[in-house]
Write a protein that binds this ligand. Structure first.
Ligand SMILES: [Ca+2]
Length: 433
């Protein structure tokens, strides 16, 4: 159907859908399915001296290498921004405002964390003791010299909060978090221009999926509408249509966590992509945890599809980091897919598969409408913005921590639905704002 014809119809459908969705949202809140109340989010405090991801700070899978000191006189000083967030306490014992200078990515993560801290401990604020260092107080190569690292505490300085503070920092999007000292948490980020920053959750172009009929096909040649092997919410292996690609770029290089299993499968996916894992072989497949791929470690189990078609656990025998060309993030109707025989989620960035699946509900419903009304098997418009996954899920991440921000809950929900529709339709499909 010609785009000029269906776009107004689509917007009308979406308007109707929005009205209904708002009712669902108001009545039920986020959950795995409409009308189902979600489990409370479980936060596990990090241990003293623990760091996440479990690589060194300068590894590609964490914050990446240092790029050299930034001084007030250097050109790169313009890359730093000043953080005046009134919800954050800046120690500023230097009296130079250096504790407020940081990269944009660092500032974004810190601001999300500030909301999470107020949400977790009402009346308590995030406190920054060190950010950009212009005085040479850190070892050579420290990311503090580039405004890419912060040392944080809570403003009540209750050290028994710091394990949970570290975990909140992970969820706020810092690329490396270290429970470095009993008196502070160290967090750092990738360089703003780093390719990996721009990526959401993706697989490399060489990764293969099984399409209907049994053929193995690289993701680079899969099209929206193709049906790929996935696992349903009830644990059945099915073919699920690819609704669209949340990210698709054949020429970008990405940093991937690469896992190999005892059965010979090899999966590569970006560090903040979600993967189903379990610590033991005897965990039923419906009880697998969904977590960032960068949490996977040797000895964990993933779910694989065996030749006979059944789903089985397989132990991870190696974990490494690699660079690869091509980044692809297919969104299936089920929200899952087997990639190179290993079960993964379609989602990334928010460590909650069910919440992410719920958030993309309107898109799935639109896909179903499209099928019913026009018989179209995919959403066929062009997405010129290649980072839908990143932007929408970052918006959701903000929602999770937004209880204490100035916007009402309804305004936040409205705004991120608008985000989803805008990034997909490239038109201001806004219902309120
Ligand atoms: Ca300081």
């Amino acid at each position: 159907m010609h785009q000029s014809c269906w776009m107004p119809l689509a917007q009308l459908s979406l308007l109707a859908l929005w009205t209904t969705t708002t009712c669902w949202v108001q009545g039920c809140g986020p959950g795995p399915g409409y009308g189902i109340r979600p489990r409370p989010r479980k936060l596990t405090a990090m241990h003293y001296k623990q760091f996440f991801p479990n690589f060194s700070e300068n590894n590609l899978g964490a914050s990446g290498r240092a790029e050299g000191k930034i001084t007030r006189n250097s050109e790169r000083f313009n890359e730093l921004v000043c953080n005046y967030n009134p919800d954050i306490v800046f120690k500023d014992e230097e009296n130079t405002n250096a504790d407020r200078f940081m990269t944009k990515r660092c500032k974004d993560c810190l601001n999300r964390l500030a909301i999470a801290v107020m949400n977790q401990w009402p009346g308590v604020h995030l406190r920054v003791t060190e950010a950009w260092d212009e005085d040479g107080h850190h070892p050579p190569g420290s990311l503090h010299y580039e405004g890419r690292a912060v040392d944080i505490t809570t403003d009540d300085r209750e050290t028994d909060k710091y394990g949970l503070l570290a975990q909140l920092a992970v969820e706020a999007g810092f690329d490396w978090v270290h429970y470095e000292s009993k008196y502070h948490i160290h967090c750092s980020v990738k360089a703003d221009h780093s390719v990996a920053v721009e990526k959401g959750g993706c697989f490399p172009g060489w990764a293969q999926v099984t399409v209907a009929g049994g053929e193995q096909r690289p993701l680079s040649s899969v099209l929206p509408g193709d049906r790929v092997l996935a696992l349903s919410a009830t644990g059945e292996v099915i073919f699920s249509p690819v609704i669209l690609f949340l990210h698709q770029d054949a020429w970008s290089w990405g940093t991937f966590i690469s896992l190999e299993t005892e059965d010979g499968q090899r999966l590569a996916l970006t560090p903040h992509h979600l993967l189903f894992t379990a610590p033991h072989r005897d965990v039923p497949c419906t009880k697998y945890q969904v977590q960032f791929s960068s949490r996977a470690k040797v000895g964990d189990y993933v779910l694989i599809r065996k030749k006979g078609g059944q789903v089985a656990p397989s132990k991870i025998i190696t974990v490494s980091v690699e660079k690869s060309m091509g980044v692809y993030a297919p969104l299936t109707e089920e929200g899952t897919l087997f990639v190179n025989g290993i079960l993964a989620s379609s989602y990334a960035l928010v460590e909650d598969h069910r919440l992410a699946h719920w958030a993309f509900g309107p898109m799935r419903t639109f896909f179903t409408f499209n099928q019913l009304l026009w018989g179209e098997t995919s959403i066929t418009y062009n997405i010129t913005d290649k980072t839908v996954n990143t932007k929408v899920l970052r918006a959701i991440n903000t929602q999770i921590h937004s209880k204490h921000s100035t916007k009402s809950k309804r305004e936040h929900k409205n705004s991120y639905f608008c985000d989803i529709f805008f990034y997909v339709f490239k038109q201001p499909v806004c219902f309120h704002c």
